[in-house]
Design a protein around this ligand. Structure first.
Ligand code: IPM
Ligand code: MN
Length: 358
C-alpha cells in the first residue's frame, strides 16, 4: 500500500549533513521503488543552530518535528564547546531538549554483527560472531534531567539528582518485554539496586511486571556486572533495558564489540514523533571531507521504515543493500579491508543503485 511520508530532516553538525544526505537519497530511492510519496523539510539543530539563532533546538525545529511522521537526524556537537565548561549554551542541550519535548523516552540500539567486520572487533571472533541483542535505554529521566543540579555558592561542591517515577519505569519495561516477545524472549534489567534508591524502584517494578510475561525470561543484573558480561559473553543478551546514564555508557561499550561504531543505527521512540540517527557522533575531524561512513545513518533510515511506518519490506531492502555494499567492499576507510576506500557519497550512490536495480 503506498503512503505519504512527511519527514523532518535534521542534519546537525560535523559530518551530519554528509551522511544524512546519503540516507535521504536512499530513502527517496526506496519510496520511488515502493510507490510512496516522500515530502521532507530541513531544520537546524545543535551548534549550527546556536550559531544561526542562539539556541540549539529552536522552536521552529520542534514545530517541524511535531508535524512530521519521522525525524531523520545526523549528529550534533562542535569541538569549540567541548573544552569550555563555562559555555552557557551547548549543542548537547538541544539534543536533551528535543528528547524531552518530543517525549522520546526510549532509545533503541540494536547490536548486530556483520560477518565482514568481525575481524575488526576488539573481542575474539568466537565471542562476537552471532551476537545479536537490543539495548533499550531510558532517555528522558534519571540523572540527565533530575533537579536540583548545580553548584554550591562557593563553587566547590556540585550535585546531580537521579529521579525516576513508577510511570517512567513501567512504560519502558513494558516496551522491553514487547520487543523481547518479538525476539529471543529474554529481558535483562540492569540496575544498581544494591546502592541506589532509583534502582530499587526499577527492580521492584521489574519484579511486579515480569510475571505478566510468563513466556519471557527475566534476568536482573547489576550495572557493573553487565559492563563485564557485555564483553565477556555478549551472546547471552537478547533485550537489555536500563536507565538513562547506565544506558549511555553501556551502549557505547556494546557498540564497539561488533567491529565498528560507524555501522550502528538507533531509534528514539516515545510520545510524539520518533527520531532516527546513527549512534556515532559528529566526528568533526572528518567534516566536509566526504570520508565518513554513511551506513549507520542509512541503517537508521531502515529502522525508520520499520519502526515509524511499519514497512518491513522497505527496511529489509535497505539492509540487503547495505550488506551487499559490504560484500562488494564498497565501504569507507574506517571499515575498508584493502587499500581501496570509497567516499561517503560513493557508498551512498552504490546503495541507491542497488535499490534502483532491484
Ligand atoms: C548519546 C550522546 C548524548 C548522551 C550526549 C551528546 C548528550 O552521548 O546520544 O548517547 O549522553 O545522551
Ligand atoms: Mn552517549
Amino acid at each position: 500500500m503506498s503512503k505519504i511520508l512527511n519527514l523532518a530532516v535534521l542534519p546537525g553538525d560535523g559530518i551530519g549533513p554528509e551522511i544524512v544526505e546519503q540516507a535521504l537519497n536512499v530513502t527517496k530511492a526506496v519510496c520511488a521503488k515502493f510507490g510512496h510519496t516522500l515530502t521532507y523539510e530541513y531544520a537546524i539543530v545543535g551548534a549550527c543552530a546556536i550559531d544561526a539563532v542562539g539556541e540549539p533546538y529552536p522552536k521552529a525545529t520542534h514545530d517541524l518535528c511535531m508535524k512530521s511522521d519521522a525525524v531523520l537526524f545526523g549528529a550534533i556537537g562542535d569541538p569549540k564547546y567541548d573544552n569550555d565548561p563555562s559555555a552557557k549554551v551547548r549543542p548537547e542541550q538541544g539534543l536533551l531538549k528535543m528528547r524531552k519535548d518530543l517525549g522520546l523516552y526510549a532509545n533503541i540500539r540494536p547490536v548486530t554483527t556483520f560477518p565482514s567486520l568481525i575481524h575488526k572487533s576488539p573481542l575474539r571472533a568466537d565471542l562476537v560472531d552471532g551476537a545479536d541483542f537490543m539495548c533499550i535505554r531510558e532517555l528522558t529521566g534519571g540523572m540527565y534531567f533530575g533537579r536540583p543540579q548545580g553548584r554550591s555558592e562557593d563553587g566547590n561542591t556540585a550535585y546531580d539528582t537521579c529521579v525516576y517515577t513508577r510511570e517512567e519505569v513501567e512504560r519502558i519495561l513494558h516496551l522491553a518485554y514487547k520487543y523481547a516477545g518479538q525476539r529471543n524472549k529474554k529481558v535483562t534489567i540492569v540496575d544498581k539496586a544494591n546502592v541506589l534508591a532509583t534502582s530499587r524502584l526499577w527492580r521492584q517494578i521489574g519484579q511486579e511486571i515480569a510475571p505478566q510475561y510468563p513466556e519471557i525470561e527475566t534476568e536482573f543484573m547489576f550495572v557493573d556486572n553487565a559492563a563485564m558480561r557485555i564483553i565477556q559473553w555478549p551472546k547471552s543478551f537478547d533485550v537489555l533495558v536500563t536507565e538513562n546514564l547506565f544506558g549511555d555508557i553501556l551502549t557505547d561499550e556494546a557498540s564497539v564489540i561488533t567491529g565498528s561504531l560507524g555501522m550502528l543505527p538507533s531509534a528514539s521512540v516515545g510520545i510524539h514523533t520518533s527520531v532516527f540517527e546513527p549512534i556515532h557522533g559528529s566526528y568533526p575531524q572528518a567534516a566536509g571531507k566526504n570520508i565518513a561512513n554513511p551506513l549507520a545513518t542509512i541503517l537508521s533510515a531502515a529502522l525508520m521504515f520499520e519502526y515509524a511506518f511499519g514497512m518491513m519490506e522497505e527496511g529489509a531492502l535497505i539492509r540487503e543493500a547495505v550488506a551487499a555494499s559490504m560484500d562488494a567492499n564498497v565501504v569507507t576507510e574506517d571499515i575498508a579491508s584493502n587499500d581501496k576506500a570509497y567516499s561517503t557519497s560513493e557508498v551512498g550512490e552504490w546503495v541507491v543503485n542497488f535499490i534502483n536495480k532491484k
